[in-house]
Design a protein around this ligand. Structure first.
Ligand code: FAD
Ligand code: PHB
Length: 403
């Protein structure tokens, strides 16, 4: 640790209360909540603002996430333009069945893209401050065991240092925050899945009013949306596949084969305006706090996207982290900071379980075989026929209550 500090030319040193690493949804939301509470903070992001906005990711927001956007003063457009969905379709064996969230869990989700959440946060921060520092890459974090951590970063060709009271590690799964913690200080729990998702964004009307999750012997498929004229579709693909292996024609043909006949008939195709492949992974680092370095969002945990939990978990961490930091500054109490890791992880593990279960139920695994396939179909049959089983899905999908 000390070696890094000594090796660096001490050019510019500045100071803030909370240094936030990463300007994904976690970092921007935390910055905004702290700013509104009068807590000085700086966000450092290695990419440009355009690059961050170009990443197409999640699309389903739980009620608690929308409420947190409201608290941050950025929920207005989401409430106006987002779609309230009171159910999803589950397709298998040539038919589609509805899981009714309203009837089973008295709740609903909002369809509103992560890109739009990020855009709203960026707009609020640039109007009201503090403006995130883009193209500022964190290269090392030191002294988080003491009262005055140092964050070293590279910006405009210069190495600079930010001295702070706390570091929020919101820099995703390949960031510098967790990497700065000695491996022996945390336990990593991990499961990699033997497939990926090929995602396509197209300027076509969505195939259905609600999302369709399809289990098929050729593999999983998902029909989602961003608006009345923007659709998001996914098919399970091999980890060896490249985007170039999937010209639009092949993608649409494969999707059509995996979804129910009614949806296949209604599907409107068009040129892909974005196409990408994401591997699926479950990962948790325990604990999430190391002295004055606190991890949040993908920096601490990853879920496969099947349960639509990644962004929602990140928002839940940020709610707890903002509360804990505000309590530290306002009430001079560290009780919530001390409870941060445990509070987050309770929710994280429930979402990990749900995402793993949805993934196992809906995907084709190399080892599935004829027996495994029969078991999957039996479980799906049970799910749509049992109010208890459907309620368990609905409760988890719309988001569990906060303790
Ligand atoms: P991120 O959004 O990853 O943000 C981290 C930020 O930190 C990035 O902007 C990164 O550039 C920055 N950063 C990294 N290293 C440094 C550094 N050294 N210095 C400064 N900045 C740094 N979830 C769903 O629910 N549904 C989905 O369909 C879905 N699809 C996904 C597809 C992909 C390819 C990925 C990667 C994730 C997907 N997720 C999905 C998960 C969801 O998008 C994440 O859970 C969410 O983005 C977490 O937000 P975050 O702010 O914690 O991390
Ligand atoms: C999406 O719209 O991108 C999306 C929706 C639901 C998921 C995953 C991704 O489970």
């Amino acid at each position: 640790m000390a070696a890094l500090r000594e090796a660096l030319p001490l050019t510019t040193i500045s100071r803030t209360e909370v240094a936030i690493v990463g300007a994904g949804p976690s970092g921007l939301l935390l910055s905004r909540l702290l700013h509104r509470a009068g807590i000085d903070n700086v966000v450092l992001e290695r990419r440009s603002a355009e690059y961050v906005l170009g990443r197409v990711r999640a699309g389903v927001l739980e009620k608690g996430t929308v409420a947190l956007l409201d608290e941050a003063g950025v929920g207005e457009r989401c409430r106006r333009e987002g779609f309230l969905h009171e159910g999803i379709g589950i397709a298998f064996d040539g038919a589609r069945h509805r899981i009714d969230f309203q009837a089973l869990a008295e709740s609903a989700v909002t369809i509103y893209g992560q890109t739009e959440v990020t855009r709203d946060l960026m707009a609020a921060l640039s109007a009201d401050g503090p403006a995130p520092r883009y193209e500022a890459e964190v290269i090392g974090i030191e002294d988080f065991d003491g009262d005055s951590p140092l964050v070293h970063y590279r910006e405009a060709g210069e190495t600079r240092t930010l001295r702070c009271a706390f570091v929020a590690g919101c820099d995703g799964s390949h960031g510098k925050s967790r990497e700065s913690v000695p491996g022996r200080a945390y336990t990593a729990y991990e499961r990699a899945y033997p497939f990926g998702w090929l995602g396509v964004l197209s300027e076509t009307p969505p195939v259905s009013d609600e999302l369709i999750y399809a289990n098929h012997e050729r593999g999983f498929a998902l029909c989602s949306m961003r608006s009345h004229h923007l659709s998001r579709y996914y098919v399970q693909c091999s980890l060896d596949d490249h985007v170039e292996d999937w010209p639009d024609e092949r993608f649409w043909d494969e999707l059509r084969r995996r979804i129910d006949p009614e949806a296949a008939e209604a599907l409107v195709t068009g040129p892909a305006i974005e196409k990408s492949i994401a591997p699926l992974r479950s990962f948790v680092a325990e604990p999430m706090r190391f002295g004055r370095l606190l991890l949040a969002g993908d920096a601490a945990h990853i879920v496969p996207p099947t349960g639509a939990k990644g962004l929602n978990l990140a928002a839940a961490d940020i709610r707890f982290l903002a509360e804990a930091l505000i309590e530290h500054y306002r009430e001079k109490s560290d009780a919530a900071l001390d409870a941060y890791s445990e509070r987050c992880l309770k929710r994280v593990w429930k979402a990990e379980r749900f995402s793993w279960w949805m993934t196992s139920l809906l995907h084709l695994f190399p080892e599935t075989g004829a027996f495994g396939r029969k078991i999957q179909v039996a479980e799906l049959d049970y799910l749509i026929g049992s109010r208890a089983a459907a309620t368990a899905l609905a409760e988890n999908y719309v988001g569990l209550n906060f303790d």
